[in-house]
Design a protein around this ligand. Structure first.
Ligand code: SF4
Ligand code: F3S
Length: 107
């Protein structure tokens, strides 16, 4: 099993999640983070840390978010690991909860 970063992280990218991961599974792109499913040990620690509630267990993905399982696996191979929290985008709060952010994903 793995945990998965879903759509609401896009353009929010608060990065609270990376501080608690004991095995450094988070990888950073321009406006989104992903979890490497081969590294995640299902410790559950990151899920409650996300202010945007964007992290789910793969067994508990909300309807419409299923494609993020494969997207996390794919982008984790391309993007570098991030282990320290950084400032979110200045307009992160404005994007929290907005629908249809997948089309805004930069890669
Ligand atoms: Fe890291 Fe644990 Fe979250 Fe997996 S569930 S990404 S191991 S903090
Ligand atoms: Fe994204 Fe939430 Fe982490 S917004 S960067 S999954 S804290």
């Amino acid at each position: 099993m793995t945990y998965v970063v879903t759509e609401n992280c896009i353009k929010c990218k608060y990065t609270d999640c990376v501080e608690v991961c004991p095995v450094d599974c988070f990888h950073e792109g321009p406006n989104f983070l992903v979890i490497d499913p081969d590294e995640c040990i299902d410790c559950t620690l990151c899920e409650p840390e996300c202010p945007a509630e964007a992290i789910y267990s793969e067994d508990d993905l909300p309807a419409g978010q299923e494609e993020f399982l494969a997207l996390n696996a794919e982008l984790a191979q391309e993007w570098p690991v991030i282990t320290e929290q950084k400032d979110p985008p200045e307009d992160a709060d404005e994007w929290d909860g907005k629908p249809n952010k997948l089309e805004l994903l930069e890669r």
